[in-house]
Design a binder for this molecule. Sequence first.
Ligand code: BV8
Length: 229
Amino acid sequence: MVVLTGSGVSAESGVPTFRDAQSGIWERFRPEDLATPQAFRRDPKTVWEWYEWRRTLVREAKPNPGHTAIAQLEQIVPRLTLITQNVDGLHQRAGSHAPLEFHGNILGNRCFAEHRRLTDDELSPGTPPSCTHCGSMVRPDVVWFGEEIDKTILDAALNACAKCDFFLSVGTSAQVQPAAGLAELALSCDAVVAELNTDDTPLSPVAHFCLRGPSGVLLPNLVLELKKD
Ligand code: BV8
């Protein structure tokens, strides 16, 4: 079984989805215009402050029953690969082991020039901070638009989707590539594909099953049903 999650799974934890209008001072920005290396080069302070604002939201957020249900699924099905587009780390905090963080993790930092991950004591203060090794700007450890997915993570995700019997897409608008292509790969390899989402998406017409509703309600119900078997 493969579970692919998007920001809809974290919506009930108070982490805004990408499609929700951004709030407060960030209302006038589109995420796609901030989450790029070009934006960071052009205006590193604004991009860094946006991530610091989101990090505060993520640190204050708690896993919701949807995250917990996915962690419980790991105990019920023989083999489960969790692929998440979310960068908030809430799956790990709910007890999921080793989710494939397709778009990275907002709480991590990397050197912008050398790409290596940095611990907090390798940051020199600033907005953004700078790398203590080479002096370059520090960036969040996420995959920006126009950047490649980590090859190891991409290969593991493709391998799981090509082999799975059942693919569950949860809380994603299925618009961002290459993540959105994972369901199609599973379909092409004869997996049963189900979508659990509040709204229709480009995946809806081709999925075998579509469950409409909040993941924090439907996922626990799904686990309850599976436990009856
Ligand atoms: C790549 C990390 C190529 C950052 C993210 C032009 C130039 C360059 C690239 C492109 C281009 N045009 C297209 C592309 C490709 C691009 C792309 O797909 N763009 C989109 C906008 C069309 N993709 C990329 O750039 C990717 N890289 O292509 O590299 C390449 C190849 C070779 C060499 C060099 C380069 C990288 C994409 C990764 C971007 N990073 N995040 C950060 O977070 O700051 S993506 C980010 O947005 C999220 O991680 C997430 O993946 C995405 C938002 O999608 P969703 O998670 O689906 O969230 P969304 O809000 O859209 O939907 C939520 C859904 O939940 C809704 O349907 C809603 O109904 C539902 N929902 C809400 N509440 C609930 C719910 N469901 C259930 N219960 C609820 N309670």
